[in-house]
Design a protein around this ligand. Structure first.
Ligand code: SF4
Length: 350
């Protein structure tokens, strides 16, 4: 009997989203005319068709049960995606966009100071565009969404979103030919809650659904209104930013909002870290030197612990400072605009 692993479910979730978005693009109503009930019904149909072509789901009671759970979550996630598209000006433009060395992909390469030629290989789940404003947003689907820590990007511990941003810019410049600005890089969950029976029609239900699928990531604060102009105050249940009673963005030490220039600066950090790592590898500098930030280190949850021979009593950790969001921005020389915004610093938990 084949046992379905989390990676199989991840692939299934991505495939469902890709097929679903293709169907919506073909539908006469398109994104604008679709209702929550309609996208749920369409998602259910796509899931059934795909699952039918994968006999593994009916090969055991466990696998059938997993399919039931994942289906409920995907139908909810589809309704959330519809909310995002209808609430703002961003529309899905590209799905499963490859970058890498083959002829069909955009090629993202550069040279290090030591002459090492680097080329990134990967695939972006989705790019949305707000055409009129020449803005783009990178969406990465996740089964489990965790907060994005700016200090992890800054220190080079989290490279993925920065790589996607660099690749998205290249893909867009090749196919659209004009300069596009990144408004956001977002992690969108496809597995939140246990699945609802029907569309969340009233505002309270919808708020609960959006909170279950809350996005994480970075949003350039200049483009907030492009994501949901109807949100007037309080914390946005899906995007997580906060607007106070006076209608100003606040609580900027937490949440996804960053000032102008921060997203590009963080992508620059990622590119620099990749370059440094490549140069070090080619110099033969491959010593085992895990980081420690506060009391956190990756070793306790690392599968390679039994074989890597790192011994914390004999070897030294690479100390990295745990930084709050505004501390990272200060290190990047990026400031919030001088206006009456409430900025409260929230240190990352150690
Ligand atoms: S256990 Fe070894 S391989 Fe894993 S993070 Fe720690 S040092 Fe690196």
């Amino acid at each position: 009997m084949y046992r379905i692993e989390p990676v199989d479910l991840g692939t299934f979730r991505h495939e469902v989203m890709q097929r679903l978005f293709g169907r919506i693009d073909q539908a006469t109503s398109g994104w604008a005319g679709m209702t929550a009930a309609e996208i749920r019904s369409l998602a259910s149909q796509v899931i059934k068709e795909l699952a039918h072509s994968m006999p593994v789901f009916s090969s055991s009671g466990r696998n059938s049960f997993l399919l039931e759970i994942v289906s409920g979550q995907l139908i909810d996630a589809a309704e959330v995606q519809l909310y995002m598209v209808q609430a703002g000006n961003f529309k899905p433009w590209g799905l499963e966009l490859k970058f890498g060395p083959d002829d069909q992909s955009s090629q993202l390469s550069w040279s290090s100071a030591k002459g090492v030629q680097l080329q990134l290989v990967g695939r972006i789940d989705r790019i949305d565009l707000a055409q009129q404003h020449k803005l783009f947003a990178v969406i990465d689907y996740k089964s489990r969404v965790v907060p994005v820590r700016l200090d992890h990007i800054y220190h080079g511990l989290a490279l993925q979103l920065g790589c996607y941003l660099l690749a998205a810019r290249k893909i867009l410049s090749e196919s659209q030919g004009t300069r596009w600005h990144c408004a956001a890089v977002l992690l969108a969950g496809l597995a939140g809650g246990v699945g609802r029976d029907e569309a969340s029609d009233d505002p309270k239900q919808r708020k609960g659904l959006l909170a279950d699928y809350k996005y994480r990531g970075l949003i350039d604060s200049r483009y907030l209104q492009q994501f949901d102009s109807s949100h007037q105050h309080g914390r946005h249940p899906l995007f997580g930013y906060f607007i106070n009673k006076e209608g100003q963005v606040g609580d900027l030490g937490r949440g996804p909002l960053v000032p102008a220039g921060a997203i590009d600066a963080l992508a620059g950090c990622v590119q620099q870290h990749i370059t440094t790592i490549a140069d070090k590898i080619l110099d033969g500098d491959v010593q085992v030197q895990p980081y420690r930030s506060g009391t956190q280190s990756p070793c306790p949850v690392c599968d390679y612990l039994p074989v890597c021979r790192f011994d914390p009593t004999q070897s030294r950790y690479r100390g990295l400072e745990s930084l709050g969001k505004n501390e990272v921005l200060a290190a990047l020389n990026i400031a919030w605009p001088k206006k009456d915004v409430k900025v409260t610093e929230q240190k990352n938990k150690r």
